[in-house]
Design a protein around this ligand. Sequence first.
Ligand code: SF4
Length: 466
Amino acid sequence: MILNERELHEECGVFGVFNVHNASELTYYGLHALQHRGQEGAGMVVSDEERLLGIKNEGNVRFVFPESVLKKLSGQHSIGHVRYSTTGGGGLLNVQPFLFRHGSGDFALCHNGNIVNSRQLKTQLERSGTIFQSSSDSEILAHLIQKETRRDRLEAIKEALIYLEGAFAFLLLTKDTLYAMRDKHGLRPISIGQFNGGYVVASETCALDAVGATFVRDILPGEIVIINKEGIHSSSYSPDVQEKICAMEYIYFSRPDSDLSGINVHRARKACGRQLAKESHVEADIVIGVPDSSLSAASGYAEATGLSYELGLIKNKYSGRTFIEPSKELREKGVKMKLAPVRSVIANQRVILIDDSIVRGTTSMRIVSMLKEAGAKEVHVRIASPPIIAPCFYGVDTSTMDELISAQHSVESLRQLIGADSLAFLSMEGLTEALGHNKVCHACFTKKYPTHLYDDLAEANKDGKF
Ligand code: SF4
């Protein structure tokens, strides 16, 4: 799928720095490298060991942190966040990090993922007198921690995490300690790097590379990493861990230059493309991919079949989300804002079009028709993941059940709907084979959710509300 028409949305990205001169500058570049994980809001909290100071706003990293703003954030420790809103909706109040002032010590908190029992926890907390500042479920952890003020901070965090069910990578900053924690299934990625004697923590390794940090390791499922003046320590909050990293991180979300659980995303996508060719090749002249996230799979498919891999679609990098959509009249005349076919490459060719996934089907429909208008003789659509038949409850906005086109149509009926000459998806076995391991969550393809789903979520899903 193309970036500006992302039918799937990641919830967020986090970036933390400990003991680095001018931490805010490093955080700025780290967040910039994670911008694909959320463009609706960005924020940062910095510590100079005396106090915590935060700035956040709606908009992308460059907009929220012009140089004049960045200069105000001086300190050697920091955490930052880029947000796409799902649970809790948009609005400045829900932009993170959240900064909490408390007699037991101030702290800031940010989060990637989604807590599936947030409603239950929130109701219980409210009943016991807690007042929430935002509608984001990330605030729940803060209140749970504060309930444990009699314990030391680490014990309070561990105690609080036990209550949370779902997907999370949390960063928590006090004036002198950075805590990084990952849910017991490791659904969302988070890794540690070293930088000039200090430490960096990021949702994706591409952000470690972007700032020139050296990768140390991934944070393990169920682990809490504590970084302070004494160095780096590890603790765990649950013995019951089972790695299930989100398969869509490999297929679609993460940047191709990131490594997830030691596997490079570009290579994983290429392997999916090769496997797809093994499973459902069809005679054709050229292979093209939908920019950007499908290009790796397309190159793998072409490599496996010996067909020529061509640049058949071009994405206009400057048509941001605020760009004015062309009027109906101009659209009918063929004005294309975001994606354009390369007519001289496509015309008179039998084209294999590789896309990473189909969510609502509208993008595929538009692209197939665009390629046919550009003179393609045949368009064979190959999807480098299994059909998405169930919603995600772990921080990915996969739409409601009734919007998921593969939940509503057979492959043949979907083929007719999008106007392709043929359509095939990668099998679930093929995905496992391509990734080389089965420690992934694949619930949106199989409905086998790795965590308990709470009654209200399951019910809402049945009614098509999720
Ligand atoms: S349900 Fe799908 S999108 Fe959600 S975490 Fe699992 S694999 Fe990822």
